[in-house]
Write a protein that binds this ligand. Structure first.
Ligand code: FEO
Ligand code: CA
Ligand code: CA
Length: 620
């Protein structure tokens, strides 16, 4: 199919989705006024009808009665033509670079038709003690496998007989890795001396991406992936009084979790002090056109990016919401300068290079979006900013100077497609002390997180000021949580992380409690969450992951009959406190061998597809 035909298909499917929502048209249709769509948004959501599962933890997954869970693809499964089968005892960088990567996170769905799609899946980070047998994992080969295991997979899938299958030899299948993918630098930081390295003195191209956490899909069918905890991949020491000292400190560089720098000098900041400045961006990959080079879109700033979910403003420009997932970091928004072209896909090719990045300040009266523009306010040479390149490279510093509100770990930020609302997942913040509470982060020692709801005035996502409210303070019933009183003993959750909106405009939330889940008594999972009418603030437990896993990337197929999700790091988090296991988990002795339960195979992060046994829409 040509790229133009693909875009037409994408728009048609989105049109259907708007129809399902009861909206009067399509945000994507150039002839339709998005303002009219806002006015026609569904006022009260339809109730969730599935039977909840119970809180709990064990070695496998659980889903609401009447549903099936299919494992679509697992770490190590072949993707590219000729890729070898997974052999965990004889891994190699070459094999891994042709196979599905590790620790799947964000899941993006680009439709190619009713039963065919491109899935874009992030691979966030490596876990050597679960990936590799034995004890010595710091070798050049292990580091090279890790570099090939992270990044992203782009896979074509098709539905046959109600099941989703990977099209293994599709020419669209691709691996994006930390070592084998070249990105063009675009936007204001291209050519900045602060991104120059010995391998790239003109700062024009970057090898690799990693820390790919959440992301988004643009209306023209490209894939956005967010580089998050990039500090962890660097080691070394800067020279005294180096220009990047403050910048690297603000990003946590060098985190030193991975030892790539021992064998690959660019990850040693003593040798390549600017290399960290080449990570922490949003990347754009054209999943429909592999001849279009991947880009690092620097106009969207550099920080620990979580997601990059998109919506079109009432005047036709693209708006992207982004969290900076660290305690006391910020919530950002990018508004493109130009309008999305719905007829000519190529016209959007550099849309993300021009626009205004801004950061949120919450007051009791509303949210103010503060622009990160060189020369405005404190973003001047007196404060170390010589150009817009400096502003985007040190977006965290700029945000703090502007007075942005320090948040409780902003993760996925999901705009509702039609009603002007935006849902902000705030995972937790156990470092917020008494006296540091604020209107939008109202709890000290916020171990359970909360969800804030923004409201764009009149549905205008480009407006300078929004209204806001707390949708729910999460945590156990009977604590200081603020669930709807109708919430069941299983309907509450902690640490909201990723989320998505179903074709009926309803919110579904995935959680990441980290190592703390033994205290809450339940594994992570997916909860449906009411946002309007009598159901507002009521959670419904739908799915839970196997022990030690995190729930990532929930994403509905446009017909609402499949909910895709990514089970990340099964057997990893908190397993020493899981009584049936009670020790550290390793490749050779893991807390679970999900999903294969084969004594020769380790646990494998996997993409799953949840469907109803009666093939109807989920949650109706
Ligand atoms: Fe990668 Fe913020 O979760
Ligand atoms: Ca996350
Ligand atoms: Ca999302």
């Amino acid at each position: 199919m040509s790229a133009a035909a693909d875009l037409e298909s994408l728009i048609n499917i989105k049109l259907n989705r708007r129809h399902l929502l009861g909206g009067a048209g399509a945000l994507l249709a150039a002839s339709t006024s998005p303002v009219a769509v806002m006015a026609a948004a569904t006022p009260v959501e339809r109730p969730f009808t599935f039977e909840e599962i119970s809180h709990g933890v064990d070695e496998t997954h659980h889903v609401a009665k009447g549903h099936d869970v299919q494992v679509v693809i697992r770490w190590g499964d072949p993707i590219l033509p000729g890729a070898p089968a997974f052999d965990p005892q004889r891994q190699s960088p070459e094999a891994q670079a042709q196979q599905f990567g590790y620790n799947n996170d964000y899941v993006g769905y680009i439709p190619l038709g009713r039963d065919r799609a491109i899935m874009c899946v992030n691979h966030e980070y490596a876990i050597s003690h679960l990936m590799f047998p034995g004890k010595d994992h710091i070798t050049p080969t292990h580091c090279a496998i890790e570099q090939a295991a992270v990044g992203a997979s782009i896979i074509e899938i098709e539905r046959r007989g109600g099941q989703w299958h990977v099209v293994q030899n599709s020419p669209r299948n691709r691996r994006i890795t930390a070592s084998g993918t070249v990105f063009d630098i675009s936007g204001p930081a291209r050519g900045s001396a602060r991104l120059a390295t010995s391998a790239d003195p003109k700062a024009e191209q970057i090898i690799g991406t990693f820390g790919n956490c959440a992301g988004g899909v643009t209306p023209w069918g490209t894939y956005l992936s967010s580089e998050e905890n990039v500090d962890e991949n660097f080691i070394g020491t800067l020279a005294p009084d180096h220009r990047e000292t403050r910048n690297h400190q603000m990003m946590g560089v060098p985190g030193g979790l991975y030892q790539w720098g021992r064998f690959d000098p660019r990850f040693d900041i003593g040798k390549e002090p600017n290399e960290p400045n080449r990570f922490g961006w949003v990347i754009e990959v054209d999943a429909l056109d592999p001849s279009n080079p991947p880009k690092k879109r620097t106009a969207m700033g550099r920080f620990k990016h979580e997601g990059a979910e998109t919506v079109i403003s009432s005047d036709g420009r693209l708006v992207i919401y982004m969290g900076d997932d660290e305690r006391f970091q910020h919530l950002y928004r990018f508004v493109s300068r130009d309008r999305v072209d719905h007829k000519n896909r190529a016209a959007n090719r550099d849309l993300l290079d021009h626009g205004i990045l801004s950061v949120a300040r919450f007051d009791p009266q509303g949210v103010t979006w503060l622009p990160l523009v060189f020369g405005q306010g404190p973003l001047t040479p007196e404060n170390g900013f010589e150009s817009q390149a400096d502003v985007v490279i040190e977006a965290r510093h700029a945000a703090k100077l502007l007075g942005a509100t320090p948040m409780d770990r902003p993760e996925d930020v999901q705009p509702h497609p039609t009603n002007g609302k935006v849902y902000v997942m705030l995972t937790n913040n156990n470092k917020r002390q008494a006296g540091q509470e604020g209107a939008a982060n109202p709890r000290a020692d916020n171990v359970n997180g909360h969800i804030v709801e923004l409201a764009a005035p009149g549905g205008d996502h480009g407006a300078a000021r929004f209204d806001w409210d707390v949708l729910v303070l999460c945590g156990p019933l009977g604590s200081d949580a603020t669930w709807n009183p109708a919430t069941s003993a299983n309907g509450w959750f902690a640490s909201p992380d990723n989320c998505t909106i179903d074709p009926h405009g309803r919110l579904w939330v995935a959680t990441d409690q980290g190592a703390k889940w033994p205290g809450t008594g339940s594994a992570d999972g997916i909860w449906a969450l009411g946002t309007s009418g009598p159901d507002r603030g009521r959670g419904y437990m739908f799915f839970r992951v196997p022990v030690g896993a995190e729930m990532c990337g929930p994403c509905f197929a446009p017909d609402g009959r499949t909910l895709f999700a990514a089970v990340q790091h099964p057997g990893a988090d908190g397993v020493a406190n899981y009584a049936p296991f009670g020790r550290a988990s390793t490749f050779d002795d893991p807390a679970t061998r999900w999903p294969d339960f084969d004594p020769k195979l380790p646990p494998r992060p996997s993409l799953i597809a949840i469907t109803r046994k009666d093939n109807k829409e989920i949650g109706l």
